[in-house]
Write a new protein. Structure first.
Length: 394
């Protein structure tokens, strides 16, 4: 069929043609924004999940819905470099500038902008964050990060409240934020909640994020909800494929939908991959099971060479061997079982395990149990690294 008209979008963060299976989260977010605007702030929403489950897509939808409700939105993707603070300050200042463009005579917004000018922080490497406009003496200028960031957010929240607005701060990949910044951010937002200021934090992160937030501030678990995004049900998968196709007059048979669900395991990114290629292969205005089967090798190879391989290539040989041993037990494995497969004591492979956690390849589900952060990575490892019987060597 027409490749240009193809509605499916297998790309990182690209909005799918139908956001199936997330309706309740969208409703919950709408309530959260409305409560904040009414100066009754509630818990922030931070969806967590594996790679490819649609966290960024959902966050972008939150942003779009918030803007539709005339909220002021600041968006940040936490950088892998760890230099989160400067990006966050810049995004929050942009929120105020947009408010200022609507209310140019507002003294409270100008005072809030002056608090940004006073804000200054020096990083451990000697670099600094500061904004060079007229300052507000005594506000956000102590050099103590939690206190100064709190001053900035309070000033921002007061400006929004004065104009019956709401501020949504959206942060993607929150697991990359260094602990000292997480701690300051949580403390600042906590104070804003105590003052009933209309500031909402929404974010995304890998499954280890709630633990990191709890380590940063013990009360973080009471400030946010952490809905876990996983694979879609068969019904949601069918909706995600059949509805967009139907909009173009294309029918998907039950056999095709079942085949896409089986091969994707319900993970949203993989659903888009399979549906996209099945659409291109189909010769008529019907996508049938043979069309899905016909593109199997092409899609699997592309996923192996791109989605999976880019992560595999970042690993050391020792890390690859650890993950290959882990894959023998599926998506989740006990550390003791992996060590036994490697013919090593648990303690001797601990550093490799910790390195994989730092790289975001695995996460600790509970004491002594780890899981892959990338869905279906266990099956990729089995395809890529044949089993070396009877034991691995690391």
């Amino acid at each position: 069929m027409d490749e240009i008209a193809n509605p499916f979008r297998p790309s990182a963060g690209a909005r799918p043609p139908a956001l199936a299976g997330r309706e309740e989260l969208l409703r919950s977010f709408a309530v959260t924004v409305q409560r904040a605007r009414a100066l009754k702030p509630t818990k922030g929403i931070i969806p967590i999940g594996l790679r490819g489950v649609g966290k960024t897509v959902l966050l972008n939808r939150f942003v779009s819905d918030a803007e539709h409700e005339d909220a002021s939105v600041g968006y940040v993707e936490a950088p892998e470099s760890g230099q989160f603070l400067s990006a966050f300050i810049a995004a929050t200042r942009q929120v105020l500038l947009r408010l200022d463009s609507k209310h140019r005579t507002s003294a409270i917004i100008r005072r809030a902008l002056a608090s940004f000018a006073s804000f200054s922080y020096t990083f451990p490497d000697g670099s600094a964050v500061s904004i060079g406009v007229e300052r507000e003496p005594g506000t956000a200028d102590s050099g103590h990060l939690p206190r100064d960031l709190t001053d900035v957010l309070i000033a921002t929240g007061n400006a929004a409240a004065a104009h019956k607005s709401c501020i949504v701060l959206a942060i993607d990949e929150m697991q990359l934020i260094p602990t000292q910044y997480l701690s300051a951010l949580i403390q600042s937002l906590h104070r804003c909640t105590q003052l009933d200021l209309p500031i909402v934090l929404v974010g995304t992160g890998l499954p280890q994020l709630p633990g990191r937030l709890g380590d940063a501030k013990t009360y973080a678990e009471r400030m946010f909800t952490f809905p876990e995004l996983g694979a879609l049900s068969y019904e949601a998968t069918a909706k995600a494929v059949a509805e967009p196709a139907s909009d173009y007059g294309v029918t998907c048979t039950e056999g095709a939908l079942a085949a896409i669900y089986e091969r994707s395991s319900g993970y949203p990114f993989f659903i888009q991959e399979w549906a996209h290629d099945a659409w291109n292969y189909a010769q008529a205005a019907t996508i049938d099971e043979p069309d899905v089967k016909a593109v199997h090798d092409v899609v699997q190879t592309r996923l192996d060479q791109n989605f999976f391989r880019v992560r595999f290539d970042r690993l050391t040989n020792a890390e690859r061997l650890y993950l290959r041993a882990m894959a023998e037990f599926g998506q989740t494995a006990r550390s003791g079982d992996v060590a036994e497969a490697l013919a090593k004591p648990v303690e001797s492979v601990g550093k490799v395990r910790e390195s994989l956690i730092r790289k975001g390849m695995i996460f600790s589900k509970e004491h002594g149990v780890a899981a892959f952060s990338v869905p279906l990575f266990d099956t990729f490892m089995k395809r890529t690294m044949p089993f070396s019987a009877p034991k691995f060597r690391i």
